[in-house]
Write a protein that binds this ligand. Structure first.
Ligand code: IMP
Ligand code: MG
Length: 180
């Protein structure tokens, strides 16, 4: 799908400035909500790292960062079956307030699995923050506590999101234009 595409084939959906303004708002809200709590911010690799890097720099609460990684997509664009845990958190989460960060809530299959996995570590609370939400694609009941933008059912790239590992570095979110 993407090997023949370059940056000029990506049509912008959300500009870098729009994303920055929204991340700023989310940062304020989360900082207020967790004002007197210490949190563990857990990013889902790889898609969340750009968003997480920008978001944590806007948080004023006490926090530590950790990461998980799951695999389910391979090189395609559709979720295939049960997610596999490739990397688990190193921190002890028992009794702690966990904020899980992901790039996009799509079918919800991998996030639902991850939320259950983290709940199994007996944290004080777990909330979910996603940059993007595609509610029309949902296959399981999952809702995010913090959402950057709701977007239509289109495959998007940039600002951490990839298509076959490409375009994560784009400073905006866009979709690959149909060829021809
Ligand atoms: P799920 O279908 O909600 O389990 O989505 C799992 C993962 O698929 C997300 O965290 C993303 O990494 C990836 N994904 C879903 N939709 C898109 C998209 O439009 N562009 C790039 N990656 C996506
Ligand atoms: Mg992801």
């Amino acid at each position: 799908m993407t090997d023949s595409h370059d940056r000029s084939d990506i049509e912008c959906l959300l500009t870098g400035d729009e994303i920055a303004a929204r991340v700023d708002q989310l940062g304020r809200q989360i900082s207020t909500d967790y004002a007197d709590r210490e949190m563990v911010v857990v990013g889902v690799l790889k898609g969340s790292w750009v968003f997480m890097a920008d978001l944590v720099r806007r948080l004023t609460c006490r926090l530590t960062c950790d990461f998980v990684r799951v695999s389910s997509y391979g090189m395609g664009t559709e979720t295939s079956g049960e997610p596999q845990l490739l990397l688990d958190v190193r921190e002890t989460l028992a009794g702690k307030h966990v904020l899980l960060i992901d790039d996009i809530l799509d079918t919800g299959v991998s996030i639902q699995w991850l939320l259950r996995h983290l709940q199994g570590k007996a944290p004080a609370s777990v909330r979910l923050c996603v940059l993007l939400d595609k509610p029309s694609r949902r296959r399981v009941e999952v809702r995010a506590d913090y959402i950057g933008f709701e977007i239509p059912d289109k495959f998007v790239v940039g600002y951490g999101l990839d298509a076959a590992e490409r375009f994560r570095e784009l400073p905006f979110v866009g979709y690959v234009k149909a060829s021809g």
